[in-house]
Design a protein around this ligand. Structure first.
Ligand code: SF4
Length: 358
């Protein structure tokens, strides 16, 4: 005789799959064909980004790198440039490293194998195995955590290890033996479109009948999150250095850390030492400094508040030029290098301001 947990599993999955057949998303570009390579790229892009945003990036990425071998052979700068605007650039660097590893050692078919690759955590590994190989694997991404925390009324903070342990167990109980790929897509779709962050649509939910949060009227207050500490603000200066040919100087960021490996306006600690920074770069100022505005950007652990200071610099011979020198028009329309989205925004705003000038 099946236990209570198994009965919940079968019933939950059956109702969810029935709903998925009628209302789920069946026309996402990575579902046709659903190869391990395409599923993997989509899962990495979807880690911090919504489906509608990911689709055009995915299509551009696959047009340029149609196979794992193409990606493995690519220059990481080109991979980063196709990632410009998606954010969380460590994902792109890890994707490239993992492609090189798989080109050498083969494509894994198990959760453990995928989990060992850079940038692939346990839930992403399970989502890839379930969707690419149609094998049972238990996922627990942000959407699924929210659905389960509500369905089982888990009211301890999501950040705690005990809550994570409980949610993994609940996810395991509900994951069926068959239709692995469909179930994985179904529970992700339910979280994204019905059991949404903000106001859940309990009226149309296929698992509403035994959802404890709905029954107890607590859907809006679940899942519980620990209160965030206020983010510290980091004051910095961004240098807009342009030569007489209208080329802007961009410096490559160190490979790891914030905006790792991307091309960026040089960052300086304060406005008082900008001439020293220029000298360090081997550049000579050819005009006064001018304030262009301020960039504010929120990272997960701090807020950046950076004043943008501009000056023209004396031409230097091509051989002596450090970094990249690129014309602003090109950076606006089709950047040949990976740029952090906030820096691209600064460049676009300046470009627009110039066009508006009489
Ligand atoms: Fe989420 Fe409401 Fe469905 Fe419960 S009934 S799983 S709260 S949408």
């Amino acid at each position: 005789m099946p236990g209570v947990a198994e009965a919940v599993t079968a019933d939950f999955a059956t109702r969810l799959l029935g709903w998925f057949d009628r209302h789920g998303r069946h026309d996402l570009p990575w579902q046709h064909p659903r190869t391990p390579y395409r599923v993997w790229v989509s899962e990495i892009m979807l880690q911090q980004t919504q489906v509608a945003t990911v689709i055009p990036y995915f299509e551009r990425f696959l047009a340029r790198f149609p196979s794992l071998e193409d990606l493995a052979a690519a220059d990481v700068d080109e991979v980063l440039s196709l990632w410009t605007g998606l954010g969380y650039y460590a994902r792109a660097r890890n994707l490239h490293r993992a492609a090189m590893a798989m080109a050498e050692e083969g494509v894994p078919e198990t959760v453990e194998g995928w989990n060992a690759l850079p940038g692939v955590g346990p839930s992403t590994a399970a989502a890839i195995v379930a969707q690419a190989f149609d094998r049972r694997a238990v996922i627990l991404d942000g959407n699924v955590k929210r659905v389960l925390a509500r369905h089982a009324a888990v009211d301890t903070p999501q950040e705690s290890a005990a809550t994570a342990h409980r949610l993994w167990a609940l996810a395991d109980q509900r994951t069926p033996r068959g239709r692995a790929a469909d179930y994985t897509q179904a529970i992700m779709d339910l979280g994204a479109t019905v059991c949404r962050r903000g106001t859940p649509r309990c009226d149309i939910c296929p698992v509403r009948e035994d959802c404890r949060a709905r029954i107890e009227g607590r859907a809006a207050e679940l899942p519980v999150r620990q209160r965030r500490k206020q983010r510290p603000v980091r004051e910095r200066v961004l240098l807009w250095l342009e030569d007489s040919d209208g080329r802007l100087f961009l410096e490559k960021r160190p490979p790891s850390g914030i905006w790792g490996g991307l091309a960026c306006l040089p960052v300086n600690d304060d406005a008082g030492s900008v001439d020293d920074r220029l000298a360090e770069l081997g550049l000579q100022r050819d005009g006064a400094w001018q304030a262009l505005g301020r960039l504010r950007h929120v990272f997960s652990h701090f807020e950046l508040s950076a004043e943008v200071l501009a000056t023209s610099v004396a031409p230097v011979s091509v051989a002596d030029r450090p970094g990249e020198w690129l014309v602003v028009d090109q950076l606006v329309s089709d950047p040949p290098v990976g740029l952090p989205a906030p820096i691209q925004r600064v460049i676009r705003e300046q470009h627009r301001a110039r066009l508006d000038r009489p």
